[in-house]
Design a protein around this ligand. Structure first.
Ligand SMILES: [Fe+2]
Length: 286
């Protein structure tokens, strides 16, 4: 199975339909793009044309939302075959999906639902990730989801469960900093404790996104700029994990590309500031 070596792609954006033409013609100052795999899992068509043309100019990573790795339903082999076909065409730097379940009894909720943090659920999702990785012939990145519910059966914290999953499945982490912040507020845990519980060697990519704050609870809407508290948590993450491929995830109310690039420049500046401070102090990562 192909393993991804240490590989920092720099600062990327989610590739969205609204920006296809501008990206292709203008070649903006973005280091790489992430695409939602399912949007391109069709034979031919305009999206695939743009993806192939943009792929010639930028590294691409593929992010899936439908693998439902934690479900008690068997893995959807037809989905995996179609995904593999796209992987063979696009040759992304890596593939990711989520630490969640979406489907039960063949019915897809289209939500990324959290797992119960139990030994039984752990063994189950590990076996599915291993099966998916074997089929795809490469290590996958698994992303933490934001959550609004928890299970009374849970016997460990989310970060303990997530860490055990990646060690036992020998996969990597796509750490969503906004999702950690959202879940920490919703479930009243310490977001920095979460970061401290994560093995830096497993972190290969980070997501940053905006959310909607309703005071008592937060919803992960991806339709706002990144908020200050999430930038602060991102600085802590860079401090702990060192330079990691980072991107802004915007899925709704999509602004002009320049606006997203300005937001990405904030990530570049924070990362550079933290790393420069550490260089002075002689801090090493790994
Ligand atoms: Fe994310």
């Amino acid at each position: 199975m192909e393993k991804h070596n240490d590989h920092n792609l720099g600062f990327g954006l989610g590739l969205r339909t609204d920006h296809f033409e501008e990206v292709l013609q203008g070649q903006p100052d973005v280091d790489w793009f992430e695409v939602i795999s399912e949007n391109f899992m069709v034979g031919g068509g305009k999206p695939l044309y743009y993806l192939q043309a943009i792929r010639e100019q930028y590294p691409i990573v593929m992010h899936g939302v439908s693998m439902s790795l934690g479900s008690t339903d068997p893995l959807d082999m037809d989905y995996l075959k179609r995904l593999k076909h796209l992987v063979d065409e696009v040759k992304p730097s890596w593939i990711s999906d989520h630490l969640c379940w979406s489907q039960l009894g063949g019915i897809n909720s289209h939500d990324l639902l959290p797992m119960p943090y139990t030994e039984e659920a752990l063994h189950h999702i590990v076996s599915n990730i291993r099966q998916a990785q074997d089929f795809l012939g490469q290590q996958m990145l698994i992303e933490n989801v934001s959550s609004y519910i928890s299970y009374s059966e849970s016997a460990m914290t989310e970060w303990e469960f997530y860490s055990a999953v990646v060690e036992e499945a020998d996969c990597l982490m796509l750490l969503d900093i906004n999702n950690i912040y959202v879940s920490a507020r919703n479930h009243h845990f310490d977001a920095e404790r979460y970061l401290k519980g994560i093995n830096p060697k497993r972190v290969r990519q980070m997501h940053l996104a905006g959310h909607s704050d309703y005071g008592d609870y937060i919803i992960d809407t991806h339709d706002h700029p990144v908020v200050d508290s999430v930038w602060q948590l991102y600085a802590k993450a860079i401090e702990r994990f060192g330079p990691v491929s980072t991107m802004i995830e915007r899925d709704d109310d999509i602004p002009a590309l320049d606006e997203l690039i300005a937001e990405l420049d904030q990530a570049r500046a924070i990362s550079a500031r933290v790393l420069a401070g550490e260089k002075k102090a002689g801090v090493a990562h790994g």
